[in-house]
Every structure is written in C-alpha cells, then in structure tokens.
Design a protein around this ligand. Structure first.
Ligand code: EAX
Length: 326
C-alpha cells in the first residue's frame, strides 16, 4: 500500500514537472478504435481544438486501434498517469466504478434529446464526479450511440430467437447480465472482434450502426435487429493526478475543448445514421426495423434488483435516473 502510494507520488511529480518544463506538452490520448470510428472523431476534434487554442502549449497524440491495449488497459494507464486521456465506452468502465452501470441501464433513454439532457445535466455531472474516486477526471460524454444486435444465424424479431445465440459482449458485468436475461450465451471479449465473428467463435454482437459500417460487419453478419437496447455513451476522461496539477486556465481549455468536441461528435454521428442504415441494407444485411421491444424490456426488467446495483450510492443514483427518464 505504502509503496504504491510512493510510486504514485513520484509519477505525479514527474508528470507535473514535465508539464511545466516542456512546451509543447504532448497530451497522450488513447482510444481502442480505428480512424473513422466514433471515438476517433471525438479525439480528432479535441486535438484540433486544443492545438488551435493553446498557442502551441499543447499537442495531442492519439493512440488508436488498440496500439496501447484494450479499453481496460487504457483506463489502467490513465489511472497511473502514463496516458493522460481517453475516450472510452461505458462497458469496461463499470469494473472501475459501478456507477457507470446506471447510464448503461437497458432501455433507459427514449431518444438522443433525453440522453443529452440527462448526461449534460446534474445526473451526468454526478457520474463524472464519482469517477474521481477511481483516479479519473470525468470531462464529458460523447457517444457510441444506441446499440443494435447483429448475428450470422437467424432473423431476430424478439427475445425468443435470441435464445442460445453466442453473443460477444463488452467486458462488463452489466452487459453480460443483460444478454443472459435475454436468453443468449454471452461471451465477454475486448474490442476488436471481427476475426472471432468471421471464424464463428461467436454468432453475434451488439453495437451502434457506425460500427457495422466502419468495421465492415455486413461482410460477416447477415441479420441485424434495431433493438436499441442500450444507449452507449463514451466517457471522456483524464488522469486525475495529471489534470489537478494543470493551471486553472489549461483545465478550462481542456474541459471546453472536450465539451465542444463531444457536441460536434454526437451531432455528426446522428446525422450519418440514416445513410448508414441504407448502406448496410445495400450491402445485404437483413434488417428488422421494429422488433418486439416490449418483450425485450420485460426480460430485462429484473436487472435493477440484481447485486450489480446493490451498493447504496449506485442504487440511489439508479432510482433517481429511472425517475428522471419517466
Ligand atoms: O466502439 O467494445 C465495444 O463494443 C465498443 O462499442 C467498441 O469500442 C466499439
């Protein structure tokens, strides 16, 4: 315990002196996805704004395509301060702070407007603030988007056809529980997963529309169902130790640039969805537009009573979140 504390302090000192001495200072930012992905669009916009506004004081280096590890590993490096920032999906985050499970709750948000209103409001702030307990400065939410099911086996119009499908899920206890409740055989696996889908290690996966396009899942997944079962935000985070030692003006610059980039990215992502759906159909995917959402909802209704939400502060936030979306 003591030793870890000392190493931590040394790291902090190294990081803070470098921040003052080196100009430009290079902000190392990690994303697991590749150029063209939602996370990368967020990261690239952030880079553009920070570099343009800091008068040469900061450059941003984006480590992408899992070059520095999967999302769990990127988060660990951010905790240690060896990577300064990340754009990370909600899934793997919930092992670091179970409060993140509240925003990934199935069928929580009705639409984008509601998601924005809540995540950009006091409840979203509470979640960002909570991340400080695990060493992250939560900056803002950009988006992966509403997640949809794809698979290579059969058309899915309701949960009955999900039964027995081997579905890859993110490394998240919540996502695993959702697919268990739906009758699937969920397999947690880090990103990327093309090879596993191609080789049939898994039958299906679930992600927003951009993923099926950017990662060419239309080549290997014939069936898609617009389940929109989870709204999947990205949490934009910085290493708390690093961030706390920045001058106040630089902190504001980073927060403002991240917030503006998130607004830009969410809009961009949403504007492209109609064309994406058309493209995926054109590429041969068979799409179920209106599955039996009520039946899906019923199967996951008991999730809020699981141990996943047992911790009092997590439960309390879930209860207030569910009330806020009513
Ligand atoms: O953004 O692991 C996942 O399913 C994520 O959604 C992935 O990073 C794609």
């Amino acid at each position: 315990m003591k030793k870890t504390g000392l190493i931590h302090l040394m790291l902090v000192l190294v990081l803070s002196t470098t921040a003052l001495a080196d100009k430009p200072f290079t902000i190392k930012l990690g994303v697991v996805t590749k150029p063209g992905a939602a996370q990368n669009i967020m990261a690239e916009k952030f880079k553009e704004l920070v570099e343009a506004r800091s008068n040469g004081a900061y450059t941003v280096k984006i480590y992408h395509s899992a070059s520095i590890g999967n999302e769990t590993e990127i988060l660990q490096q951010i905790q240690m301060g060896t990577i300064h920032m990340g754009v990370i999906t909600g899934g793997p985050f919930d092992t670091f702070d179970p409060v993140v499970r509240v925003i990934n709750y199935p069928f929580l948000f009705k639409d984008h407007d509601q998601a924005d209103r809540i995540l950009d409001g006091p409840l979203g702030d509470e979640i960002l603030k909570s991340l400080e307990t695990s060493g992250f400065k939560g900056l803002c939410f950009s988006e992966n988007g509403f997640r949809n099911l794809t698979n290579s086996k059969r058309e899915v119009t309701g949960p009955d056809q999900v039964k027995g499908l081997k579905i890859r899920v993110m490394s998240s206890a919540l996502h695993k529980a959702i697919w268990q409740a739906l009758g699937a055989n969920p397999t947690p696996m880090p990103w990327p997963i093309y090879t596993e889908l191609e080789q049939g290690v898994i039958d299906g996966q679930e992600n927003p529309l951009w993923v099926m396009e950017v990662y060419k899942f239309y080549e290997i997944q014939k069936y898609m169902t617009l389940t929109r079962h989870v709204y999947s935000p990205h949490i934009n985070v910085a290493s708390l130790n690093w961030f706390n030692r920045l001058p106040a003006a630089d902190q504001s610059l980073i927060i403002d640039a991240a917030t503006e980039s998130a607004k830009f990215q969410r809009k961009d992502n949403r504007e492209k969805n109609a064309d994406r759906l058309a493209l995926l159909r054109e590429k041969g995917m068979q799409v179920v537009d209106n599955p039996d959402i009520d039946a899906f909802r019923k199967r996951v209704a008991g999730l809020k009573d699981l141990d996943l939400y047992r911790e009092p502060r997590v439960r309390d936030l879930l209860v207030r979140m569910l009330a806020a979306v009513e």
